[in-house]
Design a protein around this ligand. Structure first.
Ligand code: PGA
Length: 251
């Protein structure tokens, strides 16, 4: 049985003080000792302060992005080592908002994946089709390319998490049905199995993302290949994030 993972992607929300308050409310609200991985991804400026609040409390820290170089003349960028220094264990890579607004490609995602893994930072690699691509019937082609190119040249899957986030479901309140999501998750696992073998692919946590709420997480997590969620809006309130944690705990 794979461990579940819930990652709260706070996006560009919250000052340092607000982030610390939210992190504190989350650690205080977690029911008992979590039997899965709980991760939160605040803005860069709040990482260190949030780390102080969550360390040793069963919640891990993620960055929302990472750069593919160690150091140098790359104004505005942050390396995996710097993120680890701030307390991060994870980094989200290739979120569809980064692909859409900041020109991320499967190539930049792949470079970031390689650098993160080489530095001991665990990547959460996001993939997902747009509404137009789904309507055209090319979801599998798009996801297949994103997964294969994103992982190109990466030898093992240790430390790798994949998040399937259909772009049309992000922040829209229009989440994929458990059947739609499970279909793509099984497809992703089959691709991993082709390249890395069945044993390895069975170990990878594949998260669903896109309008996850306390009301819909239950049916999503019951499926065979959905191992958790990447949560935007519903992770910004401690009550809803904790309700989601309660729904998956002890599954
Ligand atoms: P959402 O965002 O839960 O607000 O749809 C998910 C994400 O973008 O990771």
């Amino acid at each position: 049985m794979r461990r579940w993972m819930l990652t709260g992607n706070w996006k560009m929300h919250n000052t340092i003080g607000e982030s610390v308050d939210l992190a504190r409310a989350i650690v205080e609200g977690i029911p008992g000792r979590p039997d899965g991985d709980i991760v939160i991804a605040p803005v860069f400026t709040a990482l260190s302060a949030v780390h102080e609040v969550i360390k040793g409390r069963g919640v891990s820290l993620a960055a929302q992005d990472v750069f593919s170089e160690e150091k140098g003349a790359y104004t505005g960028e942050i390396s995996p080592t710097m993120l680890k220094d701030a307390g991060c264990d994870y980094a989200i890579i290739g979120h569809s908002e980064r692909r859409k607004y900041f020109g991320e490609t499967d190539g930049t995602v792949n470079a970031k994946m390689k650098k993160a893994l080489a530095s001991g930072l665990k990547p959460i690699m996001c993939v997902g089709e747009t509404e137009e691509e789904r309507e055209k019937g090319i979801t599998e082609f798009v996801i297949g390319c994103q997964v294969k190119k994103g992982l190109f040249g990466i030898e093992g899957l240790v430390g790798v998490t994949i998040a399937y986030e259909p772009v049309w479901a992000i922040g829209t309140g229009k989440n994929a049905t458990p059947e739609q999501a499970e279909y793509v998750h099984a497809f992703i696992r089959a691709i991993l199995s082709e390249t890395y073998g069945n044993g390895r692919s069975e170990e990878v946590q594949i998260l669903y993302g896109g309008s996850v709420t306390p009301d819909n997480i239950g049916r999503l997590i019951e499926t065979k290949n959905i191992d958790g969620a990447l949560i935007g809006g519903a992770s910004l309130k401690s009550e809803s994030f904790i309700s989601i944690i309660r729904a998956v705990s002890g599954r």
